[in-house]
Ligand binder design. Structure first.
Ligand code: SF4
Length: 352
């Protein structure tokens, strides 16, 4: 880059005039930056804002998050998906309380906090603490690949290091927060994945791709494999009083400790009924099909067939198994896939 300081100046002055008002930008408190960055992974800004505001009302400090019941944290996260982010965030908060007297470290110790990877580390250190650290995510790689004409595949993990090095070489040491946020904001508003608005771009005179007219070809990103489809049969088991059987997921990893309706991996209703009888007793009946729904995760796709069922057995309730009125289901943390079922059933009066 010919004129680094002009590039910094153009970017930062554009950012200061054009930045969106976002709730976590107001006071640059490290805890707020941390929560917002975790929420923003895989989720769009507009979706995150109401979740962020609610989360801050419920858990206004690291201490309150550390002391909360995991179920309440998952409930506050309900709908955002990727629940391991919420679990790690709380584990991290506990660590900060126990090992760092409630203050997120300003040095490399920050990497030891659960759930804080290189990007979140860079965002907290540069935005909240004014350190010259790169915060490189997919957006930053897109913008930098165009400005510096980098043709490496950004889908490969090691490519991030190329961009971290470039950011380290170009970051404004005195304005790390506005510089890093400026790049992120440029990626969100101007240097968008398709049809970047180069004519309005504050750094076009510094951009190699703009000069070469190659902005439409960059970044290079190889395609991921499509998610693997898995057939799931779900049953809404109602007792005579209209209560419904719900259970806590025990599968380690995917949606662990969230609640669900009884289900199994199968395409066949008879197999589902057999399994339900093994679990709950003989007087369990899987009846009519209510709906088919698809839910996509990063690597897998659930193709769910949902049945209505009846249970005439006495259900022994415990910590992980409840028989509750349909209306009270909203008190439990449910993953989005099961919320979709709940909403469909409610909207169409299928619970009766
Ligand atoms: S000139 Fe175009 S390609 Fe270059 S940074 Fe600006 S918007 Fe992106």
């Amino acid at each position: 880059m010919k004129n680094k300081s002009e590039f910094q100046k153009d970017l930062i002055s554009w950012f200061r005039k054009n930045q969106r008002e976002l709730p976590w930008r107001k006071d640059k408190e490290p805890y707020k930056i941390w929560v917002s960055e975790i929420m923003l992974q895989q989720t769009k800004v507009d979706t995150v804002i109401p979740y962020f505001n609610r989360f801050m009302r419920i858990f206004p400090t690291i201490e309150s998050l550390a002391k909360a019941k995991e179920e309440d944290v998952l409930k506050a996260w309900e709908g955002l998906g990727y629940y391991s982010r919420a679990r790690n965030l709380q584990q991290g908060a506990k660590q900060v309380m126990q090992q760092y007297k409630g203050k997120i470290p300003e040095n490399s110790d920050i990497e030891k906090i659960r759930g804080i990877g290189p990007y979140t580390k860079g965002a907290i250190l540069s935005i909240a603490y004014g350190k010259a650290e790169p915060a490189v995510d997919g957006n930053v790689m897109r913008v930098y690949s165009r400005i510096f004409s980098v043709w490496d595949d950004i889908a490969k993990t090691q490519t991030r290091h190329i961009f971290e090095k470039l950011v380290r070489e170009t970051i404004d040491q005195k304005n790390t927060s506005d510089f890093n946020q400026g790049i992120m904001e440029l990626g969100a508003l101007i240097c968008t994945p398709t049809n970047p608005k180069c004519k309005e771009c504050p750094v076009k005179t510094h951009c190699q791709a703009f000069q070469d007219n190659s902005q439409g070809e960059l970044p290079i990103k190889s395609k991921k494999k499509p998610p693997k489809p898995i057939k799931i049969a779900v049953v809404l088991l109602f007792d005579e009083k209209g209560n419904i059987v719900t259970r806590k997921r025990s599968n380690p990893g995917l949606l662990e400790n969230l609640w669900e309706f009884p289900n199994m991996e199968t395409e066949t209703k008879a197999i589902l009924e057999e399994e339900m009888r093994k679990t709950f007793g003989k007087k369990v009946y899987v009846k009519e099909k209510l709906m088919e729904l698809t839910h996509i995760f990063t690597h897998i796709k659930w193709e769910m067939t949902v049945y209505k069922g009846k249970i005439e057995e006495q259900v022994k309730e415990n910590e992980s198994l409840k028989l509750i009125p349909f209306e009270e289901l909203t008190d439990l943390p449910f993953p989005v896939a099961y919320q979709k079922i709940y909403k469909e059933v409610k909207q169409n009066g299928l619970q009766g």
